[in-house]
Design a protein around this ligand. Structure first.
Ligand code: HEC
Length: 145
């Protein structure tokens, strides 16, 4: 068998054996909670969200999607990151779904062009500290058979 074919077959095998761990290999570097809190405040996340211990700015807010705490639909680190960089991927579970999405698209703005990766990393580290999430595990890249 040619080398190339072998390579493709082993890729397929890896893909099959790893399909229940599709977020393996994904991990952001450690961030800074205090910096993340600044990002959280600067980006005005509290204009749509509530979080225990944080006052909302003055205003007449239409949305109050709670962040942090126990018993949310966010269970893993991967889900938390996804909910920030790709808000429509999976919508939060709230009583009035009509308030949070239009045609399945989250009303949460996409910040990807407004935030640096470092800001994102710090923000996620800050948010993570407010949840009880399953932590990500750094991937060991050696291939097991
Ligand atoms: C204009 C309103 C708005 C702003 C501003 C906003 N969000 Fe959201 N966010 C939402 C809505 C609505 C949802 C629920 C729908 C969804 O899951 O995307 C949500 C969901 C989330 C979730 C997932 C919650 C869950 O339990 O699934 C996280 C985490 C989150 N937002 C973080 C942030 C952060 C961090 C910021 C600031 C950088 C922010 N949001 C700014 C509206 C907003």
């Amino acid at each position: 068998m040619k080398r190339q074919q072998l390579f493709i077959i082993s890729l397929v095998a890896l893909g099959l054996s790893g399909c229940d761990q599709s977020s393996k290999g994904f991990s952001l570097p450690p961030g800074d909670i205090a910096q993340g809190e600044l990002v959280f405040k600067d980006m005005q996340c509290l204009s749509c969200h509530t979080m225990e211990g944080y006052e909302r700015p003055e205003g007449d807010w239409e949305l109050s999607v709670a962040l942090g705490g126990k018993g949310t639909s966010l269970k893993t680190y991967g889900e938390l990151v996804t909910s920030v960089i790709n808000p429509s991927h999976r919508l939060a579970k709230v009583d009035d779904m009509s308030a949070i999405q239009v045609d399945g698209k989250s009303v949460m703005p996409v910040y990807n062009n407004l935030m640096s990766v470092s800001e994102l990393v710090d923000l996620v580290t800050f948010l993570e500290s407010k949840y009880e999430l399953v932590a990500y595990e750094p991937t060991n890249y050696s291939i097991h058979h």
